[in-house]
Design a protein around this ligand. Structure first.
Ligand code: KG4
Ligand code: ZN
Length: 339
């Protein structure tokens, strides 16, 4: 079954064609137009600008991906959560194609896409990851920080989420404070490589609380006050200490949830999953504390928003014939997974 994936919920316009069967979903072709260079000038994503750029790119990308290919069997599109200005562009493109080509549409939750990003199969690298259930997923990106229990495919329970800023947002805002370009996560982790992570004791918000929620706004404020008082701080030490605080909280909560729920698979995905320290330490901790659990992370490039992950998540719905009529599919910026 050929699935066309469409993703436009934030600052990447992405289209991918995947060939899916019971043995997995393989990429036939994919293309992503990143808007980062434009949003960089403003220090973050500007919704109106994002919407306009998605609208410019979506049709040429679809045309390029489908060129010389037979008609796909279904279209999987991100319909939420995300920026409404971006979501409506992807959803309207999917609706139009569905009507014109007479093929069904599948609405996909962006977070469900990130979860299935660990299963994207690439002919060259022959990735063979498969999620076994029950699974536990930590999705950490610029817009989300969520711990999700997945009892079986498609059955989600949010165990906890951020009360304020997302982990990626915290990286981005602290980077902005230092005058580093957007997105800040890769910049901070690069500078952190030459720093001492124990140099500054930043708080580990909510780590000791008996729940699976997160809060990163306090850490951001604490970093701001420290920087105002110590403007000549060693930037490498500052970045390493910030990164360590964020990583400690994400890992502490994930290990606690894994110990309670005993999942067969633990998934780390979303933009922040590109962070090497987070990937390495979480892997080590899982090996020590939940050794029977299989740890899955996406290939680096699939941590970021992409349409291939939307097509994989869409395939599971298509296999169950969970289509949504093009007349009914609607962008929902606040779509909560499991609702
Ligand atoms: O999933 P994504 O591409 O878009 C959203 O849905 O938000 O994630 C982007 C986020 C940004 O906040 C970025 O700073 C963060 O992921 N990020 C990182 C790293 N690479 C990207 N954060 C920490 N370390 C990294 N290496
Ligand atoms: Zn995302």
């Amino acid at each position: 079954m050929k699935i066309l994936g469409i993703e436009s919920s934030c600052d990447d316009t992405s289209v991918a064609l995947l060939d899916c069967s019971k043995s997995g979903c393989f990429i036939v072709s994919e293309k992503t137009a990143s808007q980062i260079d434009i949003h960089k000038k403003y220090g973050g994503v500007v919704p109106e600008v994002a919407g306009r750029l998605h609208a410019e790119k979506i049709t040429p990308l679809i045309e390029e991906i489908l060129k010389n290919k037979s008609k796909p069997d279904a279209i999987a599109v991100t319909s939420g959560p995300g920026l409404i200005t971006g979501l409506i562009v992807g959803v309207e493109a999917a609706r139009t194609l569905s009507y014109a080509l007479k093929i069904p549409t599948i609405d996909v939750n962006h977070i469900e896409g990130h979860i299935h990003s660990v299963e994207i199969k690439n002919q060259k690298s022959k990735i063979k990851n498969t999620i076994k259930y029950p699974a536990l997923a930590l999705i950490a990106s610029g817009g989300h920080t969520e711990l999700i229990l997945i009892k079986k495919q498609g059955h989600y329970k949010i165990l906890g989420a951020t009360k304020d800023d997302a982990a990626g947002e915290c990286f981005d805002k602290i980077a902005q404070l230092l005058g580093l370009p957007y997105p800040g996560g890769p910049q901070i982790s690069k500078l952190a490589l030459d720093g001492d992570a124990k140099a500054i004791k930043f708080p580990r918000p909510m780590l000791d609380q008996n729940n699976y929620d997160f809060s990163f706004a306090g850490l951001k404020t604490s970093a701001l006050y420290y920087f105002q008082k110590n403007p000549k701080v060693n930037t490498n030490n500052f970045c390493a200490s910030v990164e360590q605080a964020i990583v400690d909280v994400l890992i502490g909560k994930t290990i606690k949830a894994a110990t309670q729920y005993n999942p067969k698979t633990i998934i780390l995905a979303g933009g922040v999953a590109a962070n090497k320290k987070l990937r390495t330490i979480l892997n080590e901790q899982i090996k020590i504390k939940i050794p029977h659990s299989n740890f899955l992370i996406p290939d680096g490039k699939y941590c970021m928003d992409n349409a291939a992950m939307i097509a994989v998540a869409g395939y599971y719905k298509a296999a169950k014939k969970k289509y949504t009529d093009w007349r009914q599919i609607k962008a929902d910026p606040n779509w909560e997974l499991g609702s």
